[in-house]
Design a protein around this ligand. Structure first.
Ligand code: SF4
Length: 99
């Protein structure tokens, strides 16, 4: 997830922390979820680099607090707050995901 996407998402949920010094800024290519045609090893290498940036990020605590407050259905995929978030396997939608 890019910093711009993160900022938009934060604004959408109305809980935008400042995240000063965010290490992901301008590096969305490392944080984005695995692409459909991307080799799993390639995605894993990107995500390991992203996780390394999260570990050094001065905004990690704020990012984790924000992320932990998000409902599961609102959590972005990819690397965020020092974690790799993968999409749920296809199947029956959860109650809160039905219209
Ligand atoms: S902890 Fe990771 S995802 Fe969160 S702001 Fe820092 S670099 Fe970005």
């Amino acid at each position: 997830m890019s910093a711009d996407q993160l900022t938009a998402l934060l604004a959408a949920v109305g809980a935008a922390p400042a995240l000063p010094g965010a290490r992901c800024r301008g590096k969305h290519h490392l944080f984005d979820e695995a692409g459909k045609n991307e080799a799993p090893e390639t995605a894993d290498q990107r995500h390991q680099q992203a996780l390394g940036l999260c570990r050094l990020c001065p905004a990690l605590a704020s990012c984790e607090q924000w992320f932990d407050k998000l409902h599961n259905s609102k959590r972005p995929h990819g690397v965020i707050a020092g974690r790799v978030i993968k999409p749920r396997p296809a199947g029956r939608p959860r109650k809160d995901e039905t219209a």
